[in-house]
Write a protein that binds this ligand. Structure first.
Ligand SMILES: *[C@@H]1O[C@H](CO)[C@@H](O)[C@H](O)[C@H]1NC(C)=O
Ligand SMILES: *[C@@H]1O[C@H](CO)[C@@H](O)[C@H](O)[C@H]1NC(C)=O
Ligand SMILES: *[C@@H]1O[C@H](CO)[C@@H](O)[C@H](O)[C@H]1NC(C)=O
Ligand SMILES: *[C@@H]1O[C@H](CO)[C@@H](O)[C@H](O)[C@H]1NC(C)=O
Ligand SMILES: *[C@@H]1O[C@H](CO)[C@@H](O)[C@H](O)[C@H]1NC(C)=O
Length: 680
């Protein structure tokens, strides 16, 4: 403790003296981060080390003040704006996860920004990291392989599920083999971007919240660490966990950090109880929270946030911090994850997170609160950029639905490779498409043609559908039942029987199932993550008889496919769901497009594409009612908006200049997250 006090006193002195050291010809500006921490000759750079009296970078004391921003949730044309807004608070570091399942969209196909996949534009990770350095930030790098993050399957690729014995996040050899292939493709791209080699990466995380479970296998962490080392990673390694779980999810020699949203004292005290000789860091300071469909929009109090931050940074702990999230961004496309327990709860499209910067990059009250606190606690004090301007927002005029493709048109236009026959129910991961990868995301139609006889009553039963089921008989969408109060009982990860009145003869029974996102947190190896119709489910029956010999159409709704669709019919006002609709609108030449929000409140449930890019899901149960369209997705001139509506089409498409994320409820973040939210 004594040596700590002396070092901190020296630091205070340094901070006071430093500006004059850097004030060439009378300038009073403090140095930039890289001016301060680089060696004059650029050589012999010591990376980040965690010592009893604090973090040191290249031998100099530093308090890590960091914010999480995921490159895969922010349009790349906006990365620089968001990074600068982070640096302008006084933060010195940006933290990002890496989404394995985006970088390996199909087994053994790698995409680091040059692919032809829906998410390719987001995936140039080197540029993101280099840009962080250009914006005078350091980088904390969290490559997973499991990242939780409210992201589809916690970032894991769904092809892993083709192995019926798969045990992800364990030392199961076939899993380790794929982890190694991933790391061997990813890490060589960032090795030279470590601080020790002149780049911004100061530390890397091993796995993610691995202490959360009892069935952990430390050989897996050892294997990961060795894989990092084998790829030339020589930076500090850390793990991050709820410190109430102890140190069981980490390894000796690896820095342990804590994740929490409140209760900084007890969390840091727990951390210090098993790691007394290191500086404390809150690696995920939950300054907001995420939303599920069917619930309210979570918000948390800026006062509570500021009070907890004060404890983290204050003299009792002199802690370091990473804001989770600084800017949340968007779960574009089919990328949203889900929770499990007490029931399946898929996440909404927005990942606004009630963070200091909003989903659209706007300053919020929390932003100014953290800027004020960072100003008092920076070590060292460094030069900051001016606050960038807010982006401008536009409410484009409403447009009528101009054209459509009917449900049968959509099925007709599915690629031939995506229509095939199966004998018994099979989940999408095991489909014979996409080489050895199967179907990752989107929708599946399981079709059975059959004769019914002996009167009008027909009973159709399917076991649990994963996740959202629609029954379409002879092209007619069957309504959902309602409970005693008239509330619609959606067929979501549940069992439903339909009693139908049909004339004798041949009928077509289509089960249209949507994968609403794989669970990103839980006992990832024991919870069922396969999507579609599983052979494990007891029923898929017509009049009590098991349905076999099924025609499948896989509907992945890839952007390239949507852009390519032809044969659109003029809207005659008789749209029937499910349906794909399309309209165009013009942004005048010379008028740079602005950020906007498409307001889906009059619609039912579906997905929206802007110029062929999948913005994500909407669902009138809320909370979210608008989808964010970042300006860089819009063009001067003609723009195409395409909507797949599953339940109730509308005839008008509306835009708004402000988001509507639904009815906000204030949540208190407990030690483990919001107090009334039960993960298990
Ligand atoms: C700096 O690095 C060079 C080359 O790696 C090495 O030879 C030299 O001893 C180092 N100097 C110091 C002071 O560590
Ligand atoms: C934190 O730093 C202050 C000086 O800024 C010092 O007085 C205090 O003892 C330090 N606390 C710890 C736990 O090191
Ligand atoms: C339904 O019955 C008709 C008349 O017997 C027959 O032609 C047709 O193939 C049957 N359809 C199916 C799917 O079995
Ligand atoms: C219907 O509403 C009543 C009165 O609000 C309530 O007690 C009951 O639980 C509701 N039923 C269902 C199935 O939600
Ligand atoms: C686009 O349509 C053309 C002509 O119908 C077809 O050859 C091509 O494969 C389609 N591309 C995609 C990505 O669906």
């Amino acid at each position: 403790m004594h040596s700590r006090i002396i070092t901190w006193a020296i630091t205070v002195l340094l901070v006071v003296v430093t500006p004059s050291l850097w004030g060439a010809s009378g300038h009073q500006d403090p140095p930039t981060l890289y001016e301060y921490f680089s060696s004059p000759d650029g050589e012999n750079v010591t990376g980040l080390v965690a010592e009893v009296d604090g973090f040191k970078l290249n031998g100099r004391l530093i308090r890590l003040i960091s914010g999480a921003m995921h490159y895969f949730r922010i349009h790349p044309a906006l990365w620089r704006d968001r990074l600068r807004k982070l640096r302008a608070t006084g933060a010195n570091t940006v933290e990002t996860y890496v989404a394995w399942n985006l970088h390996e969209p199909r087994k053994d196909e790698w995409d680091f920004g040059t692919g032809d996949n829906d998410n390719s534009i987001f995936l140039d990770i080197r540029t993101f990291i280099q840009m962080a350095k250009e914006e005078d930030l350091l980088v904390l790098f969290r490559p997973g392989p499991y990242i939780c993050s409210e992201f589809e399957y916690g970032g894991l690729p769904s092809y892993l599920l083709r192995d019926p014995n798969m045990k992800v996040r364990t030392a199961y050899q076939p899993y380790l083999d794929r982890v190694k292939v991933y790391m061997d493709n990813l890490l060589p791209q960032v090795t030279d971007l470590q601080f020790t080699r002149g780049g911004p990466i100061i530390a890397l995380q091993l796995e993610n919240e691995y202490a959360s479970f009892d069935m952990i296998e430390l050989e897996y962490l050892e294997f990961l660490r060795q894989t990092y080392w084998d790829n030339g990673i020589d930076s500090l390694l850390f793990t991050s966990d709820g410190s109430w779980n102890g140190e069981k999810g980490s390894l000796p020699g690896v820095l342990k950090t804590a994740n929490f949203g409140s209760g900084a004292e007890s969390n840091f005290d727990d951390l210090l109880s098993f790691q007394p000789d290191k500086p404390v860091m809150c690696m995920e300071f939950w300054c907001g929270w995420f939303d599920h469909w069917f619930e309210d929009h979570s918000t948390t109090s800026p006062d509570d946030m500021a009070a907890t931050l004060e404890v983290i940074l204050g003299p009792r702990y002199n802690g370091s911090v990473n804001f989770y999230m600084f800017e949340g961004g968007t779960n574009f496309g089919f990328n949203a994850g889900a929770n499990h327990g007490p029931h399946y709860a898929p996440d909404v499209t927005s990942y606004d997170y009630d963070a200091p910067l909003s989903e659209a990059g706007d300053y919020t009250p929390k932003y100014y609160r953290i800027m004020e606190a960072f100003g008092r606690y920076q070590i060292p004090v460094l030069k900051r950029p001016d606050l960038p301007l807010q982006s401008y927002k536009v409410a484009y005029p409403s447009i009528p639905v101009q054209t459509y493709l009917s449900y049968s048109d959509i099925l007709d236009k599915a690629p031939a490779s995506h229509k095939f026959q199966i004998q018994d129910r099979t989940t999408m991961e095991n489909f014979p498409i996409n080489g050895e990868s199967g179907q990752k995301q989107g929708y599946v139609v399981y079709r059975k043609r059959a004769n019914t006889t002996g009167g009008s009553a027909t009973r159709f039963s399917a076991g649990r559908v994963r996740d959202f089921g629609l029954l379409i008989v002879d092209g007619e969408l069957q309504p959902f039942p309602r409970d005693e109060n008239g509330t619609v009982m959606y067929w979501l990860n549940s069992v439903q029987d339909y009693d139908l009145t049909l004339p004798d003869g041949e009928h077509t029974f289509d089960l249209l199932i949507e994968n609403m996102g794989r669970v990103n947190f839980g006992y990832a190896w024991s919870f069922e993550q396969h999507k579609g119709l599983s052979p494990a489910e007891p029923t898929y029956h017509l009049n009590g008889e098991e349905i076999r010999d099924i025609e499948v159409t896989s509907l992945e709704f890839k952007g390239s496919w949507v852009k390519n669709l032809t044969g659109w019919r003029p809207n005659d006002g008789t749209l029937q769901a499910p349906v794909l609709v399309q309209s165009s609108f013009v942004i005048a030449q010379g008028m740079p497009p602005g950020d906007t929000f498409v307001d889906m409140s009059g619609w039912g449930k579906g997905i929206v594409f802007i110029n062929g890019f999948n913005l994500g899901r909407y669902f009138n149960v809320g909370p979210q009612q608008t989808l964010y369209i970042p300006a860089p997705f819009l063009l001067e001139g003609e723009n195409l908006i395409t909507i797949f509506e599953q339940l109730q089409p509308h005839n008008e498409i509306k835009f708004s200049a402000t988001p509507n994320l639904g009815r906000a409820v204030g949540r208190k973040l407990g030690k483990y997250g919001p107090s009334h939210f039960d993960f298990n």
